[in-house]
Design a protein around this ligand. Structure first.
Ligand code: SF4
Ligand code: SF4
Length: 134
């Protein structure tokens, strides 16, 4: 465990309150809150980003910072990489097309305006240009 992580964990008493409120835990999987309770079976990537854990922590432990620190050391699950590729190609984590508005219409929802894919590609090209110039 890195020194940065140890410093972030200072103050954690392993009380388990974060795990009690965690949605991932309630669904039967194991999030970072299991790690905070000393368990070895957990994933820092299993998270809905609800931050109920953060609100529940009586010690003010920076659970978000701990999660990010751990993710830097762990390989992202394949699904996350697929989401990233989809964002770079279409602007959305899950493939989205005009069909979404037909589905929304069936459910009585208003149509949404999708981001033009050319905008997404222009942003990606701009970022690549900045990185090359850096
Ligand atoms: S992070 Fe906070 S709520 Fe979670 S076990 Fe540690 S002290 Fe308890
Ligand atoms: S932010 Fe993640 S780890 Fe924290 S309670 Fe929500 S799902 Fe669980």
């Amino acid at each position: 465990m890195g020194g940065g992580l140890n410093a972030l964990l200072e103050g954690c008493t392993q009380c388990g309150l974060c795990r009690e409120v965690c949605i991932v835990e309630r669904l039967g999987a194991h999030s970072i809150t299991s790690f905070l309770c000393g368990e070895e079976d957990y994933s820092s990537w299993l998270c809905s980003s609800c931050w109920r854990c953060q609100e529940a922590c009586p010690q003010g432990v920076d659970i978000h910072a701990i999660m990010m620190e751990m993710r830097r050391d762990e390989e992202a699950p394949a699904g996350h990489e697929a989401n990233l590729v989809s964002v770079l190609r279409s602007g959305y984590a899950l493939a989205m097309s005009e069909e979404i508005n037909e589905i929304r219409r069936i459910h009585g929802l208003e149509a949404v305006e999708l981001v033009p894919v050319e905008w997404v590609h222009a942003l990606v090209r701009g970022q690549e240009g900045r990185e090359k110039g850096a």
